[in-house]
Write a new protein. Structure first.
Lengths: 310, 668
């Protein structure tokens, strides 16, 4: 199955549940095949969890969900060694992190220590418990969600760890028509229960491997780098995006190009994903944030000002 | 990684330093103090700032001691060595502090100012100072300059001890020992080499001072090395080149002196008078008829005493401003170029030097008894002057030895009496001075002459070369109305001087000749000199080839990069005409919008939109995926773009002609 048809199938499946979010679904699948993790940030009830669940059900993969709470411990995520009296040995009981798709719900509610445990697993693809290394499955995709309005009892993710996510997506409210449609769909049975897997883990892994075949011209690479570099010199920005952002940007653009059935990346693919791939990695000056500026607006401005290669 | 260290390293280093510098007791006390944390359990937690302060204090103490030794004490600059010998004593404070620190390591910022400027959060980078301190002890021990074989042996043992824990794992001990032995043998060889090099430099400097500063250019006085103790060494530098010499050995004289006092010879009553020039570059000193000798010599600041063969009467090709001669036959030139080449005509049959005067018979009162005793030994009193001179020469040849290593019984200055009566070893200045005075004592007027002996033939240059070490001195005796050379120096002296010739001499000679050839070419402006121009070509051809290669290579690079850039932008874009047409119609693409989405978003009539999309897509492929596109696809794209442009043009004019709003809304 090539990337384009993989995307079509998954997108069709997910969009039958989450209505009016085709652009977001496209980016989510791009993250899945480019090997990055996704942070979903939006208001409660906009369908973050439903989206993640729909994606999980569309792939015949193991899915686990962890609801993050302030008393969640690192061992609750990565697993724990327990002494077994029968064998007189410690046996490792893998935590929920040993799965293909992990939904980390409300990640900012857990303590930084627990957050770090997950983020380490995301970066390394492995966890170490009691000095033993346990490798996570090759397909390990984390969708974390967080709520931007409630700050009581939360631990905002540090900037350095935000960088571990390839994308930060928002769903936003759908149009009135779509909301009506949503009500209709929910009336009979939850649509989530109607959908069946359309791809296997191997399909996704094969798609990841074929991503390297999408060609990127030097001019386009340069354009991606120029966009990322512009965040470092933009006014009002204390921390610009890292080279990791450039790499994520290029891979995501490759995925988007492949979804369009093309064998090469064009600047518009880079532009399409730039805000979601870069904005969450930059930190604005305190007074700019208070004045209402947002990182997304800054990146949008950059995309509108940096000349594309012609 | 923790540094592996042998136990008691710093203490052993201190003990060795104490032994070598003669401060054994204080060193042992320090060693005990340094190792006391092994027993004492108290530890402090110093931070980097504390270490930095102590390190600064040590540095200041070091600088103050240096300054005091240099300016404040009687030792002067030599006192710096004293401070170096005290190094472990000055810097032990840092090590002591480290020993009582909980981490037993010194932050690197204490040692490097550059690390203090940018402070990094967290634990500072640190290092146990034991090895550096051990090294410091060895340096100081070496500064004590104890020249005993025990020092090198001790160094060997200590180096082995210090390096043993650091050896590569899995190697046999024998291999390690062999490597260490080789390293130490090399070290020994190197220090011997450095010593030799220092001797060479010293002798070079002495030569330089002799030639350039004090110079042999003083025609009125020559200071002999009589009295000096130690080894006399003259350099191999080539001073003159002589061509056309027939009878060898030939002596070139550059000074004649008549009064001896305090180990120096003076030329008294020998004032110079100008020699009148004849033509532009010929100078006539006297009458005569004889063969010519070509001599080239370097001038210092345009002046020199000319080394001349006996009986010279005419100088040709000598491009100097002024030539002067005195009654003793010395010739001085001034206002000349850095190199002079001239031919000297000589006539052995005529005497040009002035007749003897009273001074030519005087001997110092102090030396009279010794001279008389030597004369009695030489014998032949009352015989004709020729016989007397022969006797004196034989006396020196048979009973004296030539040496450049001068010794004296008690380390005091040597004297001519000591040479004549006891030691009987010396160099040419002794022999010439003694022979001159002996001749005078036996009633023959005599003078002391200095100059050079022409004897070495250079196969490279195909002429004779005269080196600084060919300098010689001899006596001139007035016999039968002529000044005759009496050379009393034993004949082996020339070979003795050539001894200990360095291995690089041929290379140095070659360089010297190249320099000489270049200078000769520059001075004479004579480009017909074949030997030199061939050489010049040899040097120029590789240079020219290299330059040519560089130039063509740079051109090639430029061509390549031009091609590459053409490839990247591919010259004219195939949709350029379309874009121009659109711009003329008022559609201008914003710089930050990609071409494809922009083309697709143009408000074109429905029937043109598929064509626009095709052109947009073709352009994107041409621009961002050139590998997938061939020339026919490119020309198709070009045609499509022009076609589309024409259609849009037509549509726009239709709209204008019809003055209808149907398409105008879409195109405005």
């Amino acid at each position: 199955m090539d990337l384009q048809s993989l995307h079509r199938r998954i997108a069709a499946n997910v969009e039958s549940v989450v209505l009016g979010q085709s652009a977001t679904v496209r980016k989510l699948v791009a993250a899945l095949v480019s090997g990055g993790h996704v942070l979903l940030e939006d208001f409660p009830g906009t369908g973050k969890t439903t989206l993640a669940k729909a994606l999980a059900r569309s792939i015949a993969a193991e899915f686990k969900r962890v609801q993050f709470t302030p008393d969640l411990l690192p061992s609750d995520i990565v697993g724990v060694s327990i002494y077994s009296p029968q064998s007189s040995q410690f046996a490792f009981h893998p935590g929920p992190v040993f799965t293909h798709l992990l939904l980390a719900d409300e990640i900012n509610r857990a303590s930084p220590r627990t957050q770090s445990a997950l983020l380490e697993a995301m970066a390394e693809g492995q966890v170490s418990v009691d000095g033993t290394r346990h490798v996570l499955p090759e397909l390990f995709f984390v969708v974390a969600t967080q709520n931007p309005v409630e700050f009581h009892g939360t631990y905002p993710l540090p900037e350095a760890q935000m960088d571990r996510f390839a994308l930060k997506l928002s769903l936003g409210y759908v149009s009135a028509e779509q909301e009506v449609e949503m009500l209709t769909a929910q009336n009979a049975k939850h649509p989530l229960e109607r959908i069946a897997p359309v791809a296997s883990v191997d399909d996704v892994l094969a798609a990841r491997r074929s991503l390297a075949n999408v060609r990127v011209a030097d001019a386009v690479k340069r354009y991606a780098v120029d966009l990322v570099a512009a965040t470092r010199t933009a006014t009002g920005v204390t921390l610009g995006a890292s080279p990791r952002a450039s790499i994520a940007l290029m891979k995501l653009a490759q995925a988007l190009a492949a979804f369009d059935g093309e064998e090469f990346v064009s600047p518009e693919h880079v532009q399409e994903i730039a805000v979601e791939a870069i904005a969450h990695r930059i930190v604005l000056e305190r007074n700019r944030s208070f004045a209402g500026a947002s990182p997304a607006a800054v990146v949008e401005e950059i995309v509108k000002s940096v000349a594309v290669p012609v | 990684m923790p540094v592996k260290m042998p136990p008691l390293l710093a203490a052993i280093g201190l003990a060795f330093w104490g032994w070598a510098s003669g401060l054994l007791l204080p060193a042992l006390v320090l060693a005990v103090v340094i190792e006391s944390p092994r027993i004492a359990k108290a530890r402090w937690s110093f931070d980097a700032k504390d270490f930095e302060r102590v390190a600064d204090l040590c540095s200041i103490a070091f600088l103050v001691l240096m300054a005091w030794q240099w300016f404040g004490s009687r030792n002067g600059p030599a006192g710096l060595i004293v401070v170096l010998t005290w190094l472990p004593f000055i810097f032990i404070a840092i090590l002591l502090m480290q020993r009582f620190d909980v981490r037993n390591a010194t932050p690197l910022s204490a040692l490097f100012w550059s690390l203090r400027r940018r402070r990094v959060e967290g634990v500072p980078r640190s290092l146990p100072l034991d090895y550096p301190f051990f090294g410091l002890c060895l340096v100081s021990a070496a500064c004590a300059n104890q020249r005993s074989p025990w020092f090198f042996g001790g160094l060997l043992l200590l180096a082995g001890y210090a390096l043993y824990p650091l050896r590569a794992e899995g190697r046999r001990l024998g291999v390690w020992g062999l490597a260490l032995g080789c390293a130490l043998a090399l070290a020994y060889g190197m220090q011997v080499g450095i010593l030799r090099a220092q001797e060479q430099v010293e002798s070079f400097v002495m030569d330089y001072l002799r030639d350039r500063v004090f110079g042999r250019a003083d025609p009125f006085r020559t200071h002999t090395a009589i009295g000096d103790v130690g080894r006399v060494k003259l350099s191999d530098r080539i001073l003159f080149r002589v061509a056309g010499a027939k009878a060898l050995p030939l002596k070139l004289r550059d000074g004649t002196f008549n009064v001896y006092a305090h180990d120096s010879w003076f030329a008294q009553g020998a004032s110079f008078r100008s020699v009148p020039p004849q033509g532009t570059s010929s100078w006539v000193i006297g009458e005569g008829d004889g063969p010519a000798l070509q001599i080239s010599a370097w001038l210092t600041r345009g002046r020199a005493m000319l080394p001349l063969p006996p009986g010279v009467y005419r100088l040709d090709g000598l491009n100097v401003g002024r030539v002067e001669a005195n009654a003793f036959g010395s010739v001085r030139v001034s206002e000349g170029p850095s190199l002079i080449l001239f031919s000297a005509r000589m006539d052995g049959a005529r005497e040009r030097d002035g007749a003897p005067e009273g001074a030519d018979l005087q001997v110092p009162k102090r030396l009279e008894p010794a001279l008389m005793q030597a004369l009695a030994e030489a014998g032949g009193q009352g015989q004709p002057p020729t016989e007397v001179a022969a006797n004196i020469t034989r006396f020196f040849q048979e009973r004296f030895a030539y040496t450049l290593k001068l010794q004296s019984a008690d380390g005091s200055r040597r004297t001519l009496e000591h040479f004549l009566l006891d030691d009987r070893r010396g160099h040419c200045e002794y022999f010439a001075s003694a022979a001159t005075l002996l001749l005078r004592a036996s009633g023959i007027p005599a003078r002391y002459a200095t100059g050079y002996v022409v004897e070495e033939w250079s196969p490279i240059e195909r002429q004779f070369v005269v080196r600084a070490r060919h300098a010689h001195a001899w006596a001139l005796a007035w016999i039968d109305g002529r000044w005759r050379e009496v050379d009393a120096t034993p004949t082996g002296w020339f070979a003795a001087e050539a001894e200990a010739e360095p291995a690089w001499r041929p290379a140095a000679d070659l360089l010297s000749w190249l320099g000489f050839s270049f200078q000769r070419w520059r001075v004479s402006g004579d480009e017909s000199d074949e030997g030199f121009s061939t050489l010049w070509l040899l040097a120029i051809i590789p240079l020219a080839a290299w330059v040519a290669w560089r130039v063509t290579r740079r051109n090639r690079v430029r061509t390549a990069s031009t091609v590459a850039s053409v490839d990247a932008v591919s010259g004219a874009s195939p949709i350029e005409p379309l874009l121009e047409r659109l711009e003329a119609l008022g559609f201008r693409r914003p710089a930050a919008t990609a071409v494809r989405p922009w083309l697709q978003s143009l408000p074109l009539p429905m029937e043109l939109q598929p064509a626009a999309a095709a052109v947009a897509h073709g352009y994107a492929r041409w621009r961002f995926d050139p590998a997938s596109i061939d020339s026919s696809t490119e020309s198709t794209l070009r045609t499509q773009a022009i076609d589309l442009a024409q259609k849009i043009e037509a549509e726009a004019s239709n709209t204008r002609d019809d003055s209808t709003q149907r398409h105008g809304a879409a195109l405005s």
